[in-house]
Design a protein around this ligand. Structure first.
Ligand code: B16
Ligand code: MG
Length: 221
Protein backbone atom coordinates (compact mmCIF):
# COMPACT_ATOMS: atom_id res chain seq x y z
CA UNK A 1 0.00 0.00 0.00
CA UNK A 2 1.44 3.36 -0.91
CA UNK A 3 1.70 5.84 1.92
CA UNK A 4 1.36 9.58 1.49
CA UNK A 5 4.61 11.31 2.34
CA UNK A 6 4.33 13.79 5.20
CA UNK A 7 5.94 17.12 4.53
CA UNK A 8 5.87 20.25 6.69
CA UNK A 9 4.17 23.29 5.17
CA UNK A 10 4.96 26.53 7.00
CA UNK A 11 2.94 29.65 6.26
CA UNK A 12 3.86 33.25 6.97
CA UNK A 13 0.80 35.24 8.12
CA UNK A 14 0.77 38.88 6.99
CA UNK A 15 0.78 39.01 3.17
CA UNK A 16 0.29 35.25 2.78
CA UNK A 17 -2.87 34.33 4.71
CA UNK A 18 -4.33 37.80 5.34
CA UNK A 19 -3.40 41.37 4.41
CA UNK A 20 -2.79 42.96 7.79
CA UNK A 21 -0.15 45.31 6.27
CA UNK A 22 -2.93 47.87 5.65
CA UNK A 23 -3.76 47.93 9.37
CA UNK A 24 -0.09 48.15 10.38
CA UNK A 25 0.12 51.10 7.94
CA UNK A 26 -2.82 52.98 9.48
CA UNK A 27 -1.53 52.51 13.03
CA UNK A 28 2.12 53.34 12.24
CA UNK A 29 1.06 56.39 10.18
CA UNK A 30 -0.96 57.84 13.05
CA UNK A 31 1.91 57.25 15.45
CA UNK A 32 4.53 58.72 13.08
CA UNK A 33 2.41 61.80 12.41
CA UNK A 34 1.93 62.36 16.14
CA UNK A 35 5.74 62.61 16.28
CA UNK A 36 5.89 64.95 13.27
CA UNK A 37 7.30 62.22 11.00
CA UNK A 38 5.94 61.60 7.47
CA UNK A 39 5.14 57.97 6.76
CA UNK A 40 4.41 56.69 3.27
CA UNK A 41 3.04 53.44 1.81
CA UNK A 42 6.49 52.85 0.27
CA UNK A 43 8.05 53.01 3.74
CA UNK A 44 5.36 50.64 5.01
CA UNK A 45 6.52 48.13 2.36
CA UNK A 46 9.91 48.12 4.08
CA UNK A 47 8.28 47.06 7.35
CA UNK A 48 6.75 43.87 5.95
CA UNK A 49 7.98 40.85 7.90
CA UNK A 50 9.96 43.18 10.20
CA UNK A 51 9.39 42.95 13.99
CA UNK A 52 7.49 45.63 15.91
CA UNK A 53 10.65 46.86 17.68
CA UNK A 54 12.63 47.10 14.46
CA UNK A 55 9.69 48.82 12.71
CA UNK A 56 9.64 51.65 15.27
CA UNK A 57 13.44 51.95 15.13
CA UNK A 58 13.21 52.40 11.35
CA UNK A 59 10.42 54.99 11.56
CA UNK A 60 12.37 57.01 14.15
CA UNK A 61 15.51 56.87 12.02
CA UNK A 62 13.56 58.06 8.93
CA UNK A 63 12.43 61.04 11.04
CA UNK A 64 15.89 61.56 12.58
CA UNK A 65 14.37 61.24 16.05
CA UNK A 66 15.92 59.81 19.18
CA UNK A 67 13.78 59.04 22.21
CA UNK A 68 14.34 57.54 25.68
CA UNK A 69 13.68 53.82 26.04
CA UNK A 70 10.56 54.27 28.27
CA UNK A 71 9.05 56.47 25.56
CA UNK A 72 9.97 53.85 22.94
CA UNK A 73 8.08 51.17 24.89
CA UNK A 74 5.09 53.48 25.38
CA UNK A 75 4.90 54.21 21.64
CA UNK A 76 5.09 50.53 20.72
CA UNK A 77 2.24 49.76 23.11
CA UNK A 78 0.22 52.69 21.74
CA UNK A 79 0.66 51.51 18.15
CA UNK A 80 -0.42 48.01 19.10
CA UNK A 81 -3.57 49.24 20.86
CA UNK A 82 -4.69 51.00 17.67
CA UNK A 83 -3.66 48.02 15.48
CA UNK A 84 -5.75 45.68 17.64
CA UNK A 85 -8.82 47.85 17.09
CA UNK A 86 -8.57 47.01 13.37
CA UNK A 87 -7.78 43.34 14.04
CA UNK A 88 -10.84 43.09 16.26
CA UNK A 89 -13.02 43.87 13.21
CA UNK A 90 -11.47 41.14 11.01
CA UNK A 91 -13.63 38.31 9.65
CA UNK A 92 -13.26 35.26 7.44
CA UNK A 93 -13.84 37.55 4.44
CA UNK A 94 -10.28 38.84 4.82
CA UNK A 95 -8.60 35.50 4.14
CA UNK A 96 -6.63 35.96 0.90
CA UNK A 97 -7.92 34.14 -2.22
CA UNK A 98 -7.45 30.35 -2.35
CA UNK A 99 -5.70 30.11 1.03
CA UNK A 100 -8.55 27.91 2.30
CA UNK A 101 -8.39 25.67 -0.79
CA UNK A 102 -4.64 25.13 -0.26
CA UNK A 103 -5.06 24.45 3.48
CA UNK A 104 -7.91 22.00 2.83
CA UNK A 105 -5.92 20.16 0.17
CA UNK A 106 -2.92 19.80 2.49
CA UNK A 107 -5.21 18.61 5.26
CA UNK A 108 -6.79 15.98 2.97
CA UNK A 109 -3.28 14.81 2.09
CA UNK A 110 -2.42 14.45 5.81
CA UNK A 111 0.37 17.01 5.62
CA UNK A 112 1.78 18.86 8.64
CA UNK A 113 0.88 22.56 8.72
CA UNK A 114 2.49 25.34 10.78
CA UNK A 115 2.45 29.12 11.03
CA UNK A 116 5.78 31.00 11.07
CA UNK A 117 5.15 34.70 11.63
CA UNK A 118 6.99 37.67 13.14
CA UNK A 119 3.72 38.93 14.63
CA UNK A 120 3.00 38.74 18.35
CA UNK A 121 -0.70 38.98 17.46
CA UNK A 122 -0.70 35.93 15.17
CA UNK A 123 -2.91 33.64 17.25
CA UNK A 124 -5.57 36.31 17.69
CA UNK A 125 -5.63 37.02 13.95
CA UNK A 126 -5.99 33.32 13.07
CA UNK A 127 -8.82 33.01 15.58
CA UNK A 128 -10.55 36.11 14.18
CA UNK A 129 -10.58 34.72 10.64
CA UNK A 130 -11.48 31.19 11.80
CA UNK A 131 -8.29 29.42 10.70
CA UNK A 132 -6.63 28.68 14.04
CA UNK A 133 -7.63 25.00 14.12
CA UNK A 134 -6.13 24.39 10.67
CA UNK A 135 -2.59 24.64 12.09
CA UNK A 136 -0.77 21.84 13.92
CA UNK A 137 1.87 24.25 15.25
CA UNK A 138 2.21 27.98 15.68
CA UNK A 139 5.48 29.92 15.92
CA UNK A 140 5.20 33.69 16.18
CA UNK A 141 6.92 36.78 17.53
CA UNK A 142 6.41 35.55 21.09
CA UNK A 143 8.51 32.40 20.54
CA UNK A 144 11.58 33.65 18.72
CA UNK A 145 14.51 35.86 19.67
CA UNK A 146 15.98 36.36 16.19
CA UNK A 147 14.01 38.01 13.41
CA UNK A 148 13.84 36.86 9.77
CA UNK A 149 16.17 36.54 7.76
CA UNK A 150 17.42 34.41 10.67
CA UNK A 151 15.97 30.90 10.15
CA UNK A 152 14.95 30.48 13.83
CA UNK A 153 11.19 30.92 13.27
CA UNK A 154 11.03 28.23 10.56
CA UNK A 155 13.44 25.81 12.27
CA UNK A 156 11.28 25.98 15.38
CA UNK A 157 8.20 25.38 13.22
CA UNK A 158 9.80 22.24 11.72
CA UNK A 159 10.75 21.03 15.20
CA UNK A 160 7.21 21.55 16.51
CA UNK A 161 5.82 19.63 13.51
CA UNK A 162 8.36 16.84 13.94
CA UNK A 163 9.44 17.17 10.29
CA UNK A 164 13.08 17.54 9.14
CA UNK A 165 13.85 21.04 7.76
CA UNK A 166 14.79 19.51 4.38
CA UNK A 167 11.20 18.22 4.15
CA UNK A 168 9.63 21.61 4.90
CA UNK A 169 8.17 24.12 2.47
CA UNK A 170 7.76 27.80 3.39
CA UNK A 171 5.24 30.26 1.90
CA UNK A 172 6.44 33.87 2.30
CA UNK A 173 5.69 37.33 0.89
CA UNK A 174 8.78 39.13 2.24
CA UNK A 175 12.33 38.79 0.97
CA UNK A 176 13.65 38.47 4.54
CA UNK A 177 11.30 35.48 4.99
CA UNK A 178 12.51 33.84 1.77
CA UNK A 179 16.10 34.29 2.96
CA UNK A 180 15.16 32.76 6.33
CA UNK A 181 13.62 29.72 4.60
CA UNK A 182 16.67 29.31 2.36
CA UNK A 183 18.98 29.58 5.40
CA UNK A 184 16.90 26.85 7.08
CA UNK A 185 17.55 24.61 4.00
CA UNK A 186 13.81 24.51 3.28
CA UNK A 187 12.00 24.89 -0.03
CA UNK A 188 10.98 28.55 -0.35
CA UNK A 189 7.85 29.61 -2.22
CA UNK A 190 7.35 33.34 -2.72
CA UNK A 191 3.81 34.70 -2.82
CA UNK A 192 4.00 38.05 -4.64
CA UNK A 193 6.19 39.68 -7.25
CA UNK A 194 9.03 37.69 -8.92
CA UNK A 195 11.10 40.90 -9.07
CA UNK A 196 11.05 41.18 -5.26
CA UNK A 197 11.13 37.47 -4.40
CA UNK A 198 13.69 36.30 -6.97
CA UNK A 199 15.70 34.37 -4.35
CA UNK A 200 12.79 31.94 -3.78
CA UNK A 201 12.77 28.43 -5.29
CA UNK A 202 9.35 29.21 -6.82
CA UNK A 203 7.27 32.40 -7.01
CA UNK A 204 3.49 32.70 -7.56
CA UNK A 205 1.55 35.96 -7.69
CA UNK A 206 -1.00 34.47 -5.30
CA UNK A 207 -2.40 31.10 -4.22
CA UNK A 208 -4.88 31.11 -7.11
CA UNK A 209 -1.89 30.57 -9.42
CA UNK A 210 -0.65 27.65 -7.29
CA UNK A 211 -2.48 24.42 -8.20
CA UNK A 212 -3.26 21.31 -6.17
CA UNK A 213 -1.26 19.38 -8.81
CA UNK A 214 1.80 21.47 -7.95
CA UNK A 215 1.29 20.77 -4.23
CA UNK A 216 0.85 17.05 -4.96
CA UNK A 217 4.14 17.02 -6.88
CA UNK A 218 5.94 18.60 -3.90
CA UNK A 219 4.41 16.04 -1.52
CA UNK A 220 5.43 13.14 -3.77
CA UNK A 221 8.98 14.43 -4.32
P1 B16 B 1 3.11 42.62 15.52
P2 B16 B 1 4.46 38.35 9.23
C1 B16 B 1 4.78 40.74 10.44
O1 B16 B 1 3.97 39.63 10.11
C2 B16 B 1 4.36 41.96 9.63
O2 B16 B 1 4.61 41.73 8.24
C3 B16 B 1 5.16 43.15 10.07
O3 B16 B 1 4.79 44.30 9.34
C4 B16 B 1 4.95 43.38 11.57
O4 B16 B 1 5.72 44.48 12.05
C5 B16 B 1 5.34 42.10 12.32
O5 B16 B 1 4.56 41.01 11.84
C6 B16 B 1 5.11 42.23 13.83
O6 B16 B 1 3.74 42.32 14.06
O7 B16 B 1 3.24 44.09 15.76
O8 B16 B 1 1.68 42.17 15.34
O9 B16 B 1 3.85 41.79 16.52
O10 B16 B 1 4.54 38.81 7.81
O11 B16 B 1 5.78 37.84 9.78
O12 B16 B 1 3.34 37.38 9.46
MG1 MG C 1 4.63 38.44 5.63
Amino acid sequence: MSQTKRKGFIFDLDGVIVDTAKYHFLAWKNLAESLGIDFTEAQNEQLKGVSRVRSLEKILSWGNKEIPSEEFDRLMAKKNVEYLLYIDQMTKAEILPDVERVLSFLEEQNQAIALGSASKNAQMILEKVGLYDKFHALVDGNNVSKAKPDPEVFLLGAEKLGVAPSNCIVFEDAIAGIQAANAAQMMSIGIGSPEVLGEANYVFNNFTDLSNEFLASIIAD
